[in-house]
Design a protein around this ligand. Structure first.
Ligand code: FCB
Length: 434
């Protein structure tokens, strides 16, 4: 496998999934604090109250990253730590945590990549409508400006939003994630306001003339027709429109997919003049999170349905399909390029067990190796891929699955908070040495 010398290899996490210290140093309540306490929403009633206790153990965690030998670390900032009420009064202690984290990373020669929003909206803003309220986009911009001003000299890689499809669809469309609302119109409305929030933060970043780069991260999943029939082909296009194009098109072309008339009608009342100019303003890079693919046949009320996985699956039930990463990278480059790309997440959950001080996870190593190989193929085919962040650095709070899905290349014993580098982590470490 060949990768350019300046290629960035990293690991990724998100604030609510690892930090813990949920009530400490003035942090405000987030929608995930509230949601995880709502009976029936998270497996076993797990919460992020303690998680990996990273808030207290960040030094040791950064040392572990240095031991792995990564070039870069993608983390997210908890908005309610900075603005406990979403806006207004700043919480200096919350800000200080991220400053200390960034200093620690830089001292170890690890490049920080900061995501401004990885799903932990301040609950106070949710009480005012959350991502269904246009004001939230403007509060997000104000919070982003604070972070740019405070960390813009040291953090050179910024991501506005992580996976707005998930925030909008899982949060407001089917209710599987916080805040647990479910209505298809709300999904579309939330998606638009999230995209607007991205656009506003991007504009603010440009105005500050900072020395770094900024982009958004999307969860993209290539969809393949179940058969060569025209019906399955059309069904597949719809699935692709729903998951991928609904975000890619406005960001890169400045309008929503025109072949989805019911969606267009539903979102129309929420669009204001100028929105698409903000949303489609040029970004410096696009972050892609890739886990799996879909195989689609024509069926049902939506006009399409996903078939069961055609190959081996991870503990999430997601098919392991490394070629999908290659297809996706080429497609994004062809249809939306030229823009530098990062894989901001890729990885796999397996039911790992600690045995005699060791975690043998050969499936995860194979998963990573095969996906790295597809990234190398895409590079060779001319895709401007700049870096790759493994999800995840640590086992952590996997949203509605609580601690029951382990994605880490480092094992976490949640009883003792001990960290043990898994075999896959050792493999990554040796891969990074050459
Ligand atoms: C992505 C999320 C990330 C993690 C992985 C498994 O959708 O961005 O936080 O949960 O899935």
């Amino acid at each position: 496998m060949k990768f350019p010398r300046d290629f960035r290899w990293g690991v990724a996490t998100a604030s609510y999934q690892i930090e813990g210290a949920a009530q400490e140093d003035g942090r405000g309540e987030s929608i995930w604090d509230r949601f995880s306490r709502t009976p029936g929403k998270v497996l076993h009633g797990h919460t992020g109250d303690v998680a990996c206790d990273h808030y207290h153990r960040y030094k040791e965690d950064v040392a572990l990253m240095a031991e792995l030998g990564v070039d870069s670390y993608r983390f997210s900032i908890a908005w309610p730590r900075i603005y406990p009420a979403g806006k207004g009064e700043l919480n200096p202690k919350g800000l200080d945590f991220y400053k200390r984290l960034v200093d620690e990373l830089l001292q170890r020669g690890i490049e920080p990549m900061a995501t401004l929003y990885h799903w932990d909206l301040p609950q106070v803003l949710e009480d005012k409508g959350g991502w269904l309220n246009r004001d939230t986009a403007y509060y997000f911009r104000d919070y982003a400006v604070t972070m740019f001003e405070e960390l813009g000299d040291t953090v050179k890689l910024w991501i506005t939003l992580n996976e707005p499809w998930c925030s909008a669809y899982l949060g407001y469309g089917n209710g599987v994630h916080a805040p647990g609302k479910s209505d298809l119109n709300w999904y579309l409305q939330a998606a638009h306001i999230l995209l607007l929030a991205h656009g506003l933060a991007l504009q603010a970043y440009r105005e500050l003339n900072l020395p770094g780069e900024i982009g958004i991260t999307l969860n993209l999943s290539p969809q393949y027709p179940a058969s060569p029939s025209r019906e399955d082909g059309e069904a597949c296009r719809r699935a692709d429109g729903f998951l991928n194009r609904w975000f890619l098109d406005p960001l890169f072309a400045g309008f929503y997919p025109q072949d989805m008339p019911e969606f267009l009608t539903a979102v129309a009342p929420h669009i204001q003049p100028g929105d698409f100019d903000l949303i489609s303003a040029p970004q410096d890079f696009l972050g892609i999170n890739y886990y799996s693919r879909g195989i689609i046949k024509a069926a049902g009320k939506d006009g399409y349905e996903a078939l069961p996985p055609a190959g081996p699956v991870t503990h999430m039930g997601w098919e392991v399909y490394p070629e999908g990463l290659y297809d996706l990278l080429l497609r994004v480059h062809r249809d939306y390029g030229p823009i530098p790309l990062y894989i901001t997440e890729n990885g796999a959950a397996y039911p790992d067990q600690l045995m005699e001080g060791r975690v043998a996870d050969p499936e995860r190593t194979a998963y990573l190796r095969e996906h790295f190989a597809q990234a190398a193929r895409a590079l060779e085919a001319g895709v401007p891929l700049k870096g790759y962040y493994v999800w995840s650095f640590l086992d952590n709070f996997e949203w509605a699955f609580g601690y029951e899905r382990r994605f880490g290349i480092v094992y976490v014993d949640f009883q003792t908070q001990a960290r043990i580098i898994k075999d896959s982590g050792r493999w990554y470490q040796s891969f990074l040495l050459v």
